[in-house]
Design a protein around this ligand. Sequence first.
Ligand code: ADP
Ligand code: MG
Length: 522
Amino acid sequence: MATSGEPAVGIDLGTTFSVVAHLDAQGRPCTIPSSEGDLLTPSAVFFDGVTPVVGKEALKAAAIEPDRVARFAKRDMGNDHYSRPIGGELLPPEVIQSFILQKLKEDARLKLGHFEKCVITVPAFFNEPRRKATQDAGALAGLDVIDIINEPTAAAIAFGVQEGFLSAKGEARKTERILVYDLGGGTFDVTLMEIEGSSYNAVATAGDVFLGGIDWDQRLVDYLAAQFVAKHPSADPRQDPAGCQRLLREAEDAKRSLSAREQTTITFEFGGHGVRVPVTRGQFEQMTADLVERTRFTVRNVLEEAGLTWQQVTRVILVGGSTRLPMIQQMLEQEWGRPVDRSLSVDEAVAHGAAIYAGVLLGGGDGAREKVTVRNVNSHDLGILGVERTTGRPRNKVMIPRNSQLPATKKNRFKTYRHNQSDVVIKIVEGGDASGQNSTAIGKCIVRDLPPGLPAGTPVEVTFTYAENGRLKVRAHLPSVGRETHLTIERASGMSADALAKWDRRLKSGGALTLESSGASK
Ligand code: ADP
Ligand code: MG
């Protein structure tokens, strides 16, 4: 229980559903229902008129006016814009996410009264720019984001608390090695965590930003549409945006039924024609077998990176709505040879863990929890894009390999390339292959105004310090010249401070939403 008097609030800002939770007077995490009375709020924003509509209503609107509804904006975090224009305007994903956060904040305030501080969760594989974008979305929503925490870590904390790993006495039990398998609506994330008493340490993590329940839905959409067109060749619902949305809704419904039942019948009407399509669970599992295999592959990779075998895993916990698919549980039990743990609420665990973590950060607590420590690993290689001296080709020198325990520090020596260089530019990249292909530029560190006549091959020492919170500091030092620069990363993507301030003003004045009116855009 937080003694500071401030509520401990945790937010799971999901790709498809978001959840807000707090700690009750006994320090137990509880989900705060939305003003509509639901535990989950669909991460959908309908832009119509001045006040955007968030959640359930926005989803309904998607079936009628799909081009005015933004969904899955989390996938675009770190990019400049949401995937398509809304009401004629390209919006930064941060702005869309901020509307969702604002709704969660307002709904939570109905129960908790005024608060601003909260912890927001992000997928473990979110890179630097995406983390920063999440924090910016919080700021735009008028929240004070005291920290962001990785979703699997949050789930593991919720699990640890539930299992009494953190009893009031704080006694450490044996080390648990937990595989957190999180399959949500649009993303997949698997992380191996070690829990020792109140230390939560990530060992290895991997994921897929483009794999989730939506892909399972899409297979059913294709099947349903094919059946429809076979019967009514004159009308194809896939050619119509509203038809697509309705196909998707029917498909998702059917998918959920098939988690509970062996078969279901989908009815679908479009353009004055209707079909009834029976589907069995077996058929559905066949249609989506490759998707399950993709997750199996990632799970095996994570174990390999952690240097562990299945025998060393003590628990497998399931997080995310899509883990209700029976095929997921079956696959994991087949891999592990033991039953997976289904005791956590797959929908709420992440928000609950975030609320517990907020309680830890806000101080107070029941003794044992105060000691909670979290150690992360970085999910992408961090390196420097340089030039191979002999070939002149680009080369990605990895400084901090992925899955390194944070904080991590690494120093490397480089050399200037040309004679008489007036400055040295250090390009910092995340991910990518040995030649820097597919890497994300995350910033530059520049040592300027070097003395004239500097010989080629002058040593440049570069130090990377990657902090616990996923923020990176870079120092470049030319010992022979006595010059150095420290970098607070000039972000190559995401919103600049100026853009953020501009949007902040616009949102506060309500002017963000004077988009074209509904009728005009159609
Ligand atoms: P995210 O973290 O991406 O926001 P969630 O963890 O809330 O997502 O999971 C949402 C996904 O779970 C959706 O794709 C939804 O269709 C799926 N889902 C929810 N319930 C079921 C169910 N009973 N069977 C299969 N999938 C389900
Ligand atoms: Mg989630």
